[in-house]
Write a protein that binds this ligand. Sequence first.
Ligand code: UDP
Ligand code: MG
Length: 338
Amino acid sequence: APARLPQAEVPAPRSATPFTPPTGARSISCVIPCFNEAANLRHLLPLLEDILWATHMCWEIIVVDDGSTDDTAAVAEAWCELSGFRCISLSRNFGKEAALTAGLAAATGDAVVLLDGDLQHSPQLIHTMVAQWVAGAEVVYAVREERSDESRFKQIGSRLFYSLVNSSDRFAVPKDAGDFRLMDRKVVDALMSLPERSRFMKGLYAWVGFRAVALPYTPAPRAEGRSTFNVRRLVRLAIDGLTAFTTWPLRMVSVVGLLLALPAFGYGAFVAIDHLLFGNAVSGWTTIVVSLMFFIGIQMISTGIVGEYIARIYEEVKGRPLYVVREERGTGIETGKP
Ligand code: UDP
Ligand code: MG
């Protein structure tokens, strides 16, 4: 694959009169998690390169190839011939959260921009993000203005999820904010210092805090390919988020148990007195079966909830790395100064 796309797309002056940033100029890393995004990367990388040049800062673009089975690695590696481009290939598909973490760990910039590789996150917004950062914001995150492009299920599900997960009154996971964001070095370091293995990034961003500015945007439709986040994965992600950021379900289990046990005691006492004092026969086979099924159901749900938390503990205790890097290529900010 050619290192550069059609010459016409490359603005002429950049190699002829290299821009030398003033010493102490700030630098930006751009991290793109990619799973089978070859077609999209071909469009995105030149676009992004232009936008980063226009910021007049040092920059690097880090493509994290998350075990793609298409040409993603080849496209990224071709671009790595140019300074400023880096590619981290993971040894298999580890998932977007792990890919983001790998990119964040590798990024060296004073600010890190995360964006999807499918052109849903308009790179033009980076201008505004950088401007806000220069003006003092530590986090600039894009908030989708509308979700009308999403299915009814996804809309209701996400509303439910945010109301469940935002149980802390100290910090809130902002609704409709995704991974498209710029973070100052301080924020990235704070994120990377969190030791947990199950990385629900949206929650972690909120947890670390810092001065954040929201930027409304409307995500573009996915350029090529299909989203890999199907219903099953989304539910998985939601459970990951809930177990990572709440403990109230555990407490709820005890409360529900208590609420159910109290009337049961009361009813038991009533039946006993009714029988002993008034000699009424204890009837109600149906009641017994129904209540038995009801209580067994509640018990199994409770065990399931507790199990989810235990599974999380198990994941953490194993202490496996979040991802495995097959190889890294390219030179970033250090030698890749414009
Ligand atoms: N992605 C990834 N690993 C995965 C799945 C997705 O790195 O296992 C990347 C994908 O290439 C894209 C971003 O995460 O750049 C968002 O994925 P997608 O467009 O499938 O999700 P959606 O936009 O529907 O949330
Ligand atoms: Mg997408």
